[in-house]
Design a protein around this ligand. Structure first.
Ligand code: GA4
Length: 328
């Protein structure tokens, strides 16, 4: 059963659309059913009582805040994000832009080591804070993936989490900063306010599962299956789970990746931190056998995560890359 959040939004069709909340302190059956319902209906849900060490979250948030408070030339030493490191306003390499600055990092220890040297004056501390955060969110992501497999009655309970737990997983962490007003110390000058300023444009996440957590500043919007954009109430104590394209393919379209965006029209700076759980580059993404039947034929050609990632980076932010791998 999906528990709607207290804030509901009435669509034009007069239907209440709430953000489903999954409480991870309940019994496994209730949790797995809630997760499947939420992933089918919206591809998005709020996670409470998640068990993540909030001290690890605060330490990671502090690293982010300290980094973004640095003068632009210092931050630029950690960039450009191609795709890892510091980025400002440019997103990807095909002309997408947004009103934000960000840090994107591969979770692999060797990559984190190299990046930390240009990001922090205390790279060892930075790495240890990042690693603690990664371990926490990876565990939460894997717990959600196991519950999803149970709810879908998949024989191999670890079919999804195994991909993310693989030693060669391609998971990524990212901190987005949507600043506001004039900043001290040479930080970027931001444009005048407008309710339509896009911080990060409409897109779906390519990976399996994203876990997002933000400070108490709003901005995130998700798109319902009816094409209605709804604002997500920020909650610094919760995580939001986002179904990615690879999860859509693994579930043969039963779960659909959710399109989302961030507006940058708040009176205060928004900072969000994401964990994008991804498989190894050579892992095959093909629908699990239990979700293929005569009534639900296989929708996608098998592809490796590496092949899909190449397609992702060759396309624009808002493109629907999974269409390239649809069976004809
Ligand atoms: C969206 C989700 C993650 O932030 C990200 C983004 C990546 C990037 O910023 O480098 C992409 C974007 C994201 C999807 C399409 C491509 C790649 C920018 C872009 C235009 C890190 C990811 O994995 O895909």
């Amino acid at each position: 059963m999906v528990v709607p959040s207290p804030i509901s939004f009435w669509t034009k069709k007069s239907r209440a659309v709430g953000i489903p909340t999954v409480d991870l302190s309940l019994d496994r059956e209730t949790m797995s059913e809630s997760i499947v319902d939420a992933c089918e209906e919206l591809g998005f849900f709020k996670v409470v009582n998640h068990g993540v060490d909030m001290e690890a979250v605060s330490r990671w948030e502090k690293e982010g805040a300290e980094f973004f408070a640095k003068p632009a030339p210092v931050k630029q030493r950690a960039g450009p994000a191609a795709p890892f490191g510091y980025g400002c306003k440019n997103i990807g390499c095909n002309g997408d832009t947004g009103e934000l600055e960000y840090l994107t990092l591969h979770t692999n220890p060797a990559s984190l080591f190299e990046r930390s040297l240009t990001i922090s004056e205390e790279p060892e501390n930075f790495r240890s804070v990042a690693n603690d955060y990664i371990e926490e969110v990876k565990d939460l992501a894997c717990e959600i993936l196991d519950l999803a497999a149970e709810g879908l009655q998949i024989g191999d309970k670890y079919a999804f989490s195994r991909l993310v737990r693989d030693a060669h997983n391609d998971s990524v962490i990212r901190i987005n900063h949507y600043p506001w007003g004039k900043k001290k110390g040479g930080a970027p000058q931001w444009d005048q306010p407008s309710p339509k300023r896009i911080g990060f444009g409409e897109h779906s996440d390519p990976q399996i599962l994203t876990l997002l957590r933000s400070n108490d500043v709003s901005g995130l919007q998700i798109c319902t299956r009816d094409g209605l954009w709804i604002s997500v109430q920020p909650d610094p104590n919760a995580f939001y789970a986002i179904v990615g394209d690879a999860f859509q393919a693994l579930t043969n379209g039963r779960f659909a990746s959710v399109r989302h965006r961030a507006l940058a029209n708040s009176a205060r700076a928004r900072m969000s931190m994401m964990y994008f759980g991804a498989p190894a580059l050579d892992a095959w993404i093909c629908p699990v056998p239990e979700l293929i039947s005569r009534g639900s034929p296989c929708l996608y050609q098998p592809f490796t995560w590496g092949e899909f990632k190449s397609a992702v980076y060759a396309m624009r932010l808002a493109d629907s890359r999974l269409d390239l791998f649809k069976k004809v």
